[in-house]
Design a binder for this molecule. Structure first.
Ligand code: SF4
Length: 254
């Protein structure tokens, strides 16, 4: 751990349930909760002040009514070592395709109420990795949300262990491979000119409702991936001119 810790800015662990048993059952791997928590505790011993530890919490049907317990138990387990919670949804991609992990619009403010209370009472910090539609969140909870929308494709992108690069970690299309970007100039050329990145930044994937919305600058059109048909930039969703299918986040209010 000591050897690799110096290369890591932040170590994140996804917690799938309020108890080790629920987490292991969801993962399908017995002992996975204990294993990952032990690794985090080892990292905590060797990391510097600047390096962070975060717990990723997926908001999905089987966690939505249990959020408070999951978060309090995680904070307790990590005993003061946790810097923040990363909140995200599961988009219909890969093994999660279909809408089995979608939450309902009515549940969103229930869970925001829990986040706000735990923030006020326990000092919990949040990073919203997945942008929630502003129109689905009550005004009193909106100050917890990031402003400007999703930053996958504007500030960060996903690089996988085989070198493949995608705009979003849940995205369908492989844009390039890091092995082909072996100089800063090549990376810069890719980052500035890749067609999917350019289209995403111009928000070609948003429908008229979002394009005309007065909250678009803050909301950014919410999550690009959380649509009933998945990634608008997936090959199957591109028209003959390479334009993405337009739409909006499943939680966006009518
Ligand atoms: S931009 Fe779209 S998702 Fe965001 S608040 Fe407006 S209508 Fe809702």
């Amino acid at each position: 751990m000591e050897e690799v810790a110096k290369y890591v800015d932040e170590m994140d662990v996804t917690v799938h349930g309020a108890t080790p048993e629920i987490h292991d059952a969801f993962n399908g791997v017995k002992g996975s909760y204990e294993h990952v928590m032990n690794n985090i505790k080892e990292y905590a011993k060797v990391k510097s002040e600047e390096q962070a530890i975060c717990a990723v919490i997926n908001v999905m049907p089987h966690t939505i009514n249990n959020m408070e317990r999951i978060m309090l138990n995680t904070a307790l387990e990590l005993d003061g070592q946790l810097d923040s919670f990363v909140i995200q949804r599961i988009a219909p991609s890969g093994r999660a395709s279909g809408n089995q992990f979608f939450i309902q619009p009515l549940d969103v403010n229930k869970v925001m109420e829990v986040f706000k209370r735990l923030k006020d009472e326990n000092g919990f910090n949040y990073e919203f990795c997945d942008v929630f539609p502003y129109c689905s969140i009550k005004p009193e909870y909106r100050d917890m949300l990031p402003k400007g929308g999703c930053n996958w494709g504007t500030e960060v992108c996903a690089v996988f262990s085989d070198g493949s690069v995608k705009r979003c970690a849940m995205g369908s299309s492989e844009l390039t491979n890091m092995a082909d970007l072996d100089t800063p100039e090549k990376f810069q050329e890719f980052w500035n000119n890749n067609p999917e990145l350019q289209a995403y930044r111009k928000k070609y994937h948003l429908d008229e409702k979002c394009q005309r919305c007065e909250m678009l600058d803050d909301c950014g059109g919410a999550c690009t991936m959380s649509r009933f048909y998945g990634d608008p930039y997936a090959k199957k969703n591109l028209d003959k001119n390479g334009r993405p299918r337009t739409g909006h986040d499943v939680l966006a209010m009518e």
